[in-house]
Design a binder for this molecule. Structure first.
Ligand code: NAI
Ligand code: MG
Length: 490
């Protein structure tokens, strides 16, 4: 490992070998640890606790105590102040957090920095919203006054993945804390460092003990213990469909609400009247950002047949110029998060069949051998029912599919199991509005895609993309429960 990386990690402001439970930094009950791999070179750069049931039990107990103690008694305005302070500290340390993330998951530095800034934004946004979600008064029978109260669920469980660790932590834990819940977070085993650093920052910002607890560990161990725990009142999960199904089953046992964000196969529809100069960077970036390991990645480009060859040629030229290298070198694309993830993506590329690889990016000649690099691939001559056009690949791979008219474009767009995000590129205002309604998807972007993350924008899916909404003010409804009070006073 290069000297500078090592020095950075050991000189860091937190201890990655501890769980954060009830405001204390504690070793995992088992005494077991997991190695942290740097995906850019395959070296082991440290360790994290292998948390288990005993640690989750302690974390849930600490969260329950926090709800009965200082945290539960805090006013909404004071909760907002703490979140805002966390946001300020995150912003001040954005460079350090970005470096940690780059080392931990292989995310190119600029993209990691954008995630750190988004994490700060979540804390600012939700900090400011904490005292602004109000109930209603409801006209009712003579002699009654009726009103509603927004209350926390209680203890919320958060299982997050490794692809956008800081952003997903921000949107889920941020909204939960805003509404006065006490959170237990199980970060992904591939990506614990920024979650642990965040807990350290929250502690420094004065978040009361037990309001946030962090137990790193494996999904089948710490994760399963958390989602099946009878003391949990709400579960928020972002990750794969199969694990989403396991989590929904666990939640069913305890009759607990869940928010599931399970990825997608998000299309961008490009019409003959689209502004291609504006569209091109969005089209490609939405496929290769974070090496395509993005739930809202746009992995399908649907294009009107009259401009198919032009668009494919222009996208291929961009692909040919894409650079791939170590996170610290800050290329367009970093390594995939793990050898396993690269195997999954290479497996898909083995199914090209009658389709055709139109262009690939280039891996740096001196990229370390142990890194999990994969040259981005643009695939043409794909039919809408092809495996590569149906399954979530979760790598830097996009397929281009022609269509002949609006109806066919919508049918292809809606023709997968998923429905997370879509983009529509056209100058025709009527078509914009018609398609925004016709496309089955949690978000539709018109003449843009992704809108730079959009902390303010409600986000979530339909179909196998999951359900429930995170981000924006909408998340605050999901992270709270409504009580109706009917008083008879004559
Ligand atoms: P995963 O769904 O296994 O992991 C996500 C989180 O769930 C991690 O924190 C993991 O520890 C936890 N988890 C795993 N099994 C669990 C269980 N039984 N109970 C409770 N928690 C559990 O995803 P993985 O294995 O990292 O990636 C596999 C595929 O999933 C990817 O190739 C991609 O297609 C998809 N994925 C989608 C994401 C999204 O943003 N929607 C994020 C990560 C993966
Ligand atoms: Mg897994």
């Amino acid at each position: 490992m290069p000297e500078a990386m090592n020095a950075h990690l050991t000189a860091s402001f937190f201890d990655s070998t501890k769980c954060f439970i009830g405001g204390r930094w504690v070793a995992p009950a088992s005494g077991d640890y997991l190695d942290i791999e740097n995906p850019s070179d395959g070296t082991v750069i440290g360790k994290i606790p292998r948390g288990g049931k005993a640690d989750i039990d302690a974390a849930v107990a600490a969260a329950e105590a926090a709800l009965k103690g200082e945290w539960g008694k805090m006013t909404a305005a004071d909760r907002g102040r703490v979140l805002s302070r966390i946001g300020r500290l995150v912003l001040e340390r954005a460079d350090e957090l970005a470096r940690l993330e780059a080392l931990d998951v292989g995310k190119p530095l600029k993209q990691a920095k954008a995630d750190a800034i988004a994490l700060a934004r979540y804390m600012e946004f939700y900090g400011g919203a904490a005292d602004k979600l109000m109930g209603q008064t409801i006209p009712f029978l003579d002699g009654y006054t009726v009103y509603t109260l927004r209350e926390p669920h209680g203890v919320t469980g958060h299982i997050i993945p490794w692809n956008y660790p800081m952003q997903i932590l921000g949107r889920s834990v941020g909204a939960a804390l805003t509404m006065g819940n006490a959170a237990v977070l199980k970060p992904a085993e591939e990506a614990c460092l920024t979650a642990i650093a965040f807990a350290r920052i929250a502690e420094e910002a004065g978040l009361p003990a037990g309001a946030l607890n962090v137990v790193p560990g494996l999904g089948e161990e710490a994760g399963a213990a958390l989602t099946s725990h009878p003391g949990i009142h709400h579960i928020s999960f972002t990750g794969s469909v199969p694990v989403g199904q396991i989590i929904q089953r666990a939640a069913a046992q305890n009759i607990v609400p869940v928010t599931l964000e399970l990825g997608g196969k998000s299309p961008q529809l490009v019409f003959a009247d689209a502004d291609l100069d504006r569209a091109l960077p969005f089209l490609v970036n939405a496929g290769i950002q974070n090496a395509g390991q993005t739930c809202s990645a746009s992995s399908r480009i649907l294009v009107h047949r009259s401009i198919h060859d032009e668009l494919l040629g222009r996208m291929a030229a961009r692909y040919g110029a894409l650079t791939v290298g170590p996170a610290i070198a800050d290329r367009d694309v970093g390594p995939l998060v793990s050898a396993r993830q690269r195997e999954i993506v290479e497996g898909f590329l083995g199914h090209v069949g009658t389709a055709e690889i139109a262009a690939r990016g280039k891996v740096d000649a001196d990229a370390p051998d142990g890194g999990h690099y994969l040259a981005p691939a643009l695939i043409a001559k794909v039919t809408a029912d092809h495996k590569l056009a149906q399954d979530e690949i979760f790598g830097p791979v996009q397929v281009v599919i022609p269509f002949d008219d609006d109806a066919e474009a919508v049918a292809i767009a809606n023709g997968t199991e998923f429905g997370l995000v879509a983009g529509v590129w056209t100058a025709d205002g009527g078509r914009q509005m018609r398609l925004a309604k016709a496309i089955r998807s949690g978000q539709v972007f018109i003449n843009n895609y992704g809108a730079a993350g959009g902390v303010e924008l409600p986000f979530g899916g339909t179909g196998k993309s999951g359900f429930g909404r995170e981000k924006g003010m909408e998340a605050l409804y999901g992270f709270s429960t409504l009580k109706t009070v009917a008083a008879w006073h004559g």
